[in-house]
Design a protein around this ligand. Structure first.
Ligand code: OAD
Ligand code: ZN
Length: 253
């Protein structure tokens, strides 16, 4: 049977209104509406323009720290220039309405916090939390940032031990921060509804989080303009951008 998209919006809205514990699971798509590029969109995604192997692995940083540090400083500069989108704002409004709301994000920007969400779990770290590559001591972020994406910038040295400072993000081949992953899995296991927004659902173990909710009997609502591997576990898939769909979903009664 064909279900119209306004019926789907109503169904998703009813599920959210009835939920006490909500997890909002987000990926690069929610920040795309703010002007931050995604990773895997065919023409505009970062992995279409840049080689992840040369920029987002521990080996890449060991081989060419200035290339990697410069690229993350460029991404930090970009993230600093943009503002939260209507999607981020709607997610913050959902937390005010349903205080048991937890945001679990794969994004390394701080746009959820800027929009006013207070419980945000960062599974893949943050552009704003550099640390020593040897002793893990947190480092300050620099005042000056690059204008362009190809600029090589040598990383600063750790105040404590002199080793190079590295971006505070998770690279391919690295483990996720264990406290964040545990908190995300626990929230997902206890969620009445998990709202997945703007993620391709391809990167593990993060992509496991919505599956935990589904396995434990919670409902999954998905917002994405394109189909994803999460479609089979979603009770409702709303096709559209986060900026279009979330304000309507969260304001709808
Ligand atoms: P991807 O780039 O893999 O996927 C972005 C998703 O957002 C796609 O499914 C798009 O269809 C969707 N999308 C695009 N524009 C959108 C919009 N305006 N509103 C809603 N959805 C939109 O990004 P992630 O799933 O976040 O990891 O990628 C997961 C991880 O892979 C990232 O955290 C990063 C990357 O490599 C690390 O760096 C460790
Ligand atoms: Zn150090």
């Amino acid at each position: 049977m064909h279900t119209s998209s306004s019926d789907q919006l109503r169904e998703a809205s009813a599920l959210l209104n009835a939920a006490n514990r909500v997890v909002v699971f987000t990926g690069a798509g929610i920040s795309a509406d703010s002007g931050v590029p995604t990773f895997r969109d065919a023409l505009t995604g970062l992995w279409a323009r840049f080689d992840a192997e040369r920029l987002a692995t521990p080996q890449a940083f060991a081989d060419d720290p200035a290339l990697v540090w410069g690229w993350y400083e460029w991404r930090r500069a970009l993230a600093r220039r943009v503002a939260p989108s209507p999607g981020h704002v709607a997610v913050a409004a959902l937390e005010r309405r349903t205080p048991g709301t937890v945001v679990v994000t794969q994004n390394v920007d701080d746009l959820h916090e800027q929009a006013g969400s207070s419980t945000v779990i960062h599974l893949h770290g943050s552009l704003f939390a550099p640390r020593c590559s040897a002793c893990a001591q947190p480092a300050r972020t620099a005042e000056t940032m690059p204008e362009s994406d190809g600029e090589r910038i040598p990383p600063p040295s750790c105040d404590a031990c002199g080793s190079p400072v590295r971006p505070g993000v998770v690279w391919f081949g690295e483990a996720l921060p264990s406290a964040a992953l545990e908190a995300a899995v626990e929230a997902a296991a206890n969620a009445d509804v998990l709202l997945s927004v703007g993620t391709s659902g391809l990167v593990y173990p993060a992509a496991e989080v919505p599956q935990v909710t589904a396995r434990m009997g919670g409902k999954v609502i998905q917002v994405n303009p394109a189909p994803t591997p999460l479609d089979p576990i979603a009770t409702v898939s709303l096709r559209g951008t986060a900026a279009e769909v979330l304000p309507a979903l969260i304001d709808a009664h």
